[in-house]
Design a protein around this ligand. Structure first.
Ligand SMILES: NC(=O)c1ccc[n+]([C@@H]2O[C@H](COP(=O)([O-])OP(=O)(O)OC[C@H]3O[C@@H](n4cnc5c(N)ncnc54)[C@H](O)[C@@H]3O)[C@@H](O)[C@H]2O)c1
Length: 366
């Protein structure tokens, strides 16, 4: 079987780890790279054996590309992916799937028409940390999941990011930036979400950049920077999430799942490994649980590898477009609920993606 030939559009910061991993898996290869900055594509292609540098249009037209890996900026995720589906390519987007729900819907419709698959980041939930937690829940270690809390609290990115404006523009904010990791992990651990409510605020209407090179410049904040919401899961569990760029100090865990017979502290969903902590009824303290599943190093791209298997086996990828679309609707629904002052019933539905087998490592995903 030939490896899946991947063409990357957008070779910025995050592309390095994808290139490292996708050139090391046996079932994937990188055949082309493109960027609106062609010189950047040329520099990257020079470091990948067998890859050519193309314009984005040239990459979409190339007969040597099966799947487009879309690593452009969030605002371009939708348009680039829709063009890829229209060109008859499979496509995998970095998160969020798009910043506009309409783009996500158009993307899935175009791919359906073309008979191609859509996938989307994050794929951290396929790592050993979250998969070990999932196995614990499914073997009944904490009983029936009844509730969850999730927290992503920080003071924003203008102190270190060289170009932080987009975090405070429409389509930015802590929910669309970091929510995909948390909500995708929660859906993987508990299941789909049917109803959402939220309250949001802009605490600081302007931000002063303290990083270089824009030190001293002011950003006008256009999007909520503190978002709290509740999620009613299909199975009756009730989740809470707060994402914030407004908080100076915080000692909350990333995610806790509360079951009828115990509680589980889940490792950071923005990583692949970590250490789950469990406390079951009758136990005095939380105790660490060793990881039972593979991909606990930085395995970014394992979702693309899983797509190679899905394409080959004619089945649904785990980090699917359908899942990413559901997560996107949930994230938008918090602000919608806050504005309309009512619960939002979701129109998208999803099931937990298929669990990974224990002790699975590269190229053994079936
Ligand atoms: N950097 C990280 O640590 C990180 C982590 C997780 C996820 N992500 C996600 O990965 C994506 C890329 O992030 P990044 O940090 O690599 O950004 P980046 O700005 O470093 O790179 C983006 C690249 O895309 C190119 N580009 C932009 N619009 C384009 C278009 N329409 N067509 C072709 N090329 C285009 C840019 O020229 C640039 O080279 C974002 O969606 C981000 O949310 C980044």
């Amino acid at each position: 079987m030939h490896p899946l030939r991947i063409g990357i559009i957008g070779v910025g910061n995050i592309s390095g780890i994808y290139i490292k991993n996708l050139t090391s898996f046996r079932s994937t290869t990188i055949s082309a790279v493109a960027d609106i900055d062609l010189s950047r594509a040329e520099a990257v292609a020079g470091q990948i054996e067998g890859a050519e540098a193309l314009t984005p249009e040239g990459l979409l037209a190339s007969a040597n590309v099966d799947l487009v890996l879309n690593l452009t900026i969030p605002n371009a995720h939708g348009p680039v992916a829709i063009a890829a589906a229209k060109a008859g390519k499979h496509v995998y987007n970095e998160k969020p799937l798009s910043i506009r729900l309409e783009d996500a819907e158009a993307l899935l419709a175009e791919a359906k028409k073309a008979g191609t698959l859509v996938g989307g980041a994050p794929d951290t939930f396929l790592g050993g940390g979250i998969q070990t937690c999932r196995a614990l829940i499914e073997e009944g270690a904490i009983g029936e999941p009844i509730a969850a809390n999730a927290f992503m609290l920080c003071r924003g990115h203008e102190g270190w990011h060289p170009n932080p404006d987009f975090y405070y523009a429409v389509g930015g904010g802590p929910m669309l930036d970091m929510g995909p990791y948390y909500i995708t992990a929660l859906v993987n651990l508990i299941g789909g979400i049917r109803r959402v409510s939220g309250s949001t605020r802009i605490t600081f209407p302007t931000r002063t950049i303290t990083s270089k090179p824009k030190h001293g410049q002011t950003i006008n904040v256009e999007t909520p920077t503190h978002i709290s919401g509740t999620m009613d899961f299909d199975n009756g569990a009730i989740g809470h999430i707060t994402t914030s760029f407004d908080v100076f100090a915080n000692d909350m865990p990333n995610i806790v799942i509360y079951g009828s017979a115990g509680s589980l502290i889940v490792p950071d969903p923005n990583g692949f490994g970590g250490e789950p902590l469990i406390k079951r009824a009758g136990e005095q303290e939380f105790r660490p649980v060793p990881l039972t599943h593979g991909f606990s190093e930085n395995a970014r791209g394992v979702g693309v590898l899983d797509m190679a298997y899905a394409i080959r086996g004619n089945k649904k990828p785990r980090a699917s477009g359908e899942l990413a679309h559901h997560v996107l609707e949930v994230m938008h629904a918090f602000e919608k609920s806050s504005t309309l002052e009512k619960h939002i019933h979701l129109t998208t539905h999803t099931e937990k993606p298929e669990a990974m087998a224990p002790d699975t490592y590269a190229d053994e995903l079936d």
